[in-house]
Ligand binder design. Structure first.
Ligand code: ZN
Length: 445
């Protein structure tokens, strides 16, 4: 029976890879189609659209978007048929494949120009629909900032000034970024069953404003060979540094990729070899990457800020007296991202014009005065980004808190989920069950 499911899963993988050349920017951001891979020569391009491009070359030829739409539709009906006679122990896998095939079909439809509402889009991509954000929180956080940030002028000026003061200067970036990468690597190795040899090799240079750029050389089982350049011209404020290092590398995405890679080789399940951006597994990846950063500090904001003070403020030569503002600053960043979610939703649904969106961003100081339209024009290119990342983080966080009573158990849960056929629907309504030790030991009953 599992051969049939493997066949259907391989179809999902092939269609996802074939779709990539029709994408606006990037969809596939992790792909390991065989147990071992190494570049055969050193003629790589730093402009490769995705990290995995060298691996996708051959398979991305051929199918049109309409072919992909037809085939994904057929794939969904095959999986539904299979589900009727699936064994209980196969159900998570079948549901995972159905959810992912639906997100693939929806992606093809949207690339073909289909109009669907924002909530419908995020539901089909990520199995998440974010409730309308409580707008009074935008006012409340500005009041808190006004009471907390140093200085006496208009709040917008004081925000700009604060951002400048928590910006690590260029000459101190290499040592600070290296130390933060090492610290997060240590957290990941301590808490997750991963190789200690996968700390990315770092390089530093101007990247035209990009935070990082990765060159992938090869992999085998739990070992990756890759080089990560970190941008010296990127505005690494203290909070951004935590985000980019902890979330993008370890214990965030790199750790998830490593767990998936091992699972793919251990089980031969083709779907474990790929993660597409517009899919439920990506919402888990983004949500858990952010949550795992908090877990490094026992889910305590105070401990995170102590780390920022002792490592980033210290090595970056910043004024440690400003640490007392970091709690409200982090919350302001989180709330601002929910503001961007509302912008994304209202623009997508045609409720707001770009001018409305830009005014909203400036009103709530999400954008600096006069910079609203620039921010509106440079929102992330992946559709539903803030639902996938920010709402995803809160949903994964609520699930972790309710399913595991302490941080130790949450790390174990994270590890299990990385290797599982997770369900964002089940994580959202807290019905997804994971066994931590034996088969009967369900976390959620
Ligand atoms: Zn991410």
């Amino acid at each position: 029976m599992s051969t049939t499911l493997n066949f259907l899963a391989q179809e999902y993988v092939d269609l996802t890879v074939a779709k990539e050349r029709h994408e606006k920017s990037t969809d596939v951001y992790w792909y390991t189609p065989q147990p071992y891979w190494k570049r055969e020569d050193m003629s790589f391009s730093r402009d490769e659209k995705t990290l995995m491009e060298p691996l996708m070359d051959v398979k991305s030829e051929g199918r049109t978007l309409n072919d992909i739409l037809d085939e994904s539709d057929f794939l969904i009906s095959c999986l539904e048929l299979y589900k009727n006679k699936a064994k209980l122990e196969e159900m998570d896998r079948v549901n995972y494949l159905i959810d992912h095939a639906i997100s693939l079909k929806t992606r093809a439809l949207i690339l073909l120009g289909e109009n669907i509402s924002y909530d419908d889009m995020t539901d089909k991509f990520y199995n998440l629909v974010a409730p309308i954000f409580d707008y009074s929180k935008f006012d409340e956080i500005l009041k808190e900032l006004d009471d907390t940030l140093p200085g006496t002028g208009p709040l917008s000026d004081r925000i700009i000034d604060f951002k400048r003061k928590i910006l690590v200067p260029r000459d101190k970036l290499p040592r600070t970024l290296t130390a933060v990468t090492q610290e997060f690597h240590n957290f990941a190795v301590k808490n997750m069953d991963i190789s200690k040899y996968n700390m990315p090799r770092l390089g530093f240079k101007n990247l035209n404003g990009l935070p990082f750029l990765t060159i992938f050389y090869g992999y085998c089982y739990d070992r990756f060979e890759y080089f990560r350049y970190l941008g010296l011209d990127y505005p690494y404020t203290v909070d951004k540094m935590v985000e980019v290092i902890g979330h993008e590398m370890e214990p965030g995405h790199l750790t998830y990729f490593e767990m998936r890679m091992k699972t793919f080789i251990d089980t031969s399940y083709p779907e474990m070899s790929i993660i597409a951006q517009h899919a439920p597994s990506s919402a888990f990846s983004e949500g858990s990457a952010r949550r795992s950063v908090y877990m490094c500090f026992d889910n305590s904001m105070d401990k995170l800020i102590e780390f920022e003070r002792d490592v980033i403020f210290d090595l970056g030569g910043l004024d440690k007296g400003l640490c007392k503002c970091m709690d409200v600053w982090h919350r302001f960043m989180d709330i601002s991202n929910y503001g961007k979610l509302e912008v994304e939703r209202n623009l997508w649904d045609g409720v707001w014009s770009k001018t409305d969106a830009s005014k909203f961003m400036e009103k709530y100081l999400i954008a600096d005065p006069g910079k609203g339209s620039e921010m509106v024009n440079h929102l992330p290119e992946d559709d539903g980004h803030f639902v996938c990342h920010d709402y995803g983080r809160d949903i994964v966080g609520e699930y972790f808190s309710s399913a595991a009573e302490n941080t130790d158990k949450q790390w174990k849960l994270y590890q299990k989920l990385c290797k599982s056929h997770m369900s964002m629907k089940g994580i959202k309504d807290k019905t997804y069950k994971v066994s931590l030790s034996g088969d009967d030991d369900f976390l959620i009953v």
